[in-house]
Design a protein around this ligand. Structure first.
Ligand SMILES: [Zn+2]
Length: 130
């Protein structure tokens, strides 16, 4: 019998998830953009890091991106997979073991992810749609 293929996926790309995150944090037109360290509004666009926009604060001199201090930062889990886990858990109410099975991910990874998703539930409830 052939190995079962992953049938679950979402129609949202990693870049789109990051874009949602950017709009959620900093506004659709970056009107809420502020330094995440000193809260200054004196922040300029400073290139990109992958799909995330990078910024530089002209007051404290620090740089940050759309994903700094979020669960997406330095995560082994792809942004679109984060969204999918959130969808399965928050919207469909799947258990950790069911999600681990469906996505062929280690139970521990999914368990840790769900704990973080619950903390960030406000963002995911707004954006986790299939
Ligand atoms: Zn600053």
């Amino acid at each position: 019998m052939p190995r079962r293929q992953i049938v679950l996926s979402i129609n949202t790309t990693d870049s789109e998830v990051i874009q949602h995150l950017r709009e959620y944090r900093f506004g659709k037109n970056l009107e809420k953009l502020h330094c995440i360290y000193c809260r200054s509004k004196n922040v300029i666009k400073y290139g990109w890091r992958g799909p995330a926009r990078r910024y530089k604060c002209k007051d404290c001199g620090k740089t940050f991106t759309d994903t700094t201090n979020t669960i997406f930062e330095n995560s082994k889990i792809k942004p679109s997979t984060w969204l999918l886990i959130a969808y399965l858990h928050l919207k469909l109410g799947l258990t950790t073991s069911a999600i681990a099975r469906e996505l062929r991910m280690p139970y521990k990874t999914v368990w840790g992810a769900i704990k973080k998703i619950q903390k960030a539930a406000k963002f995911f409830q707004r954006h986790a749609k299939a």
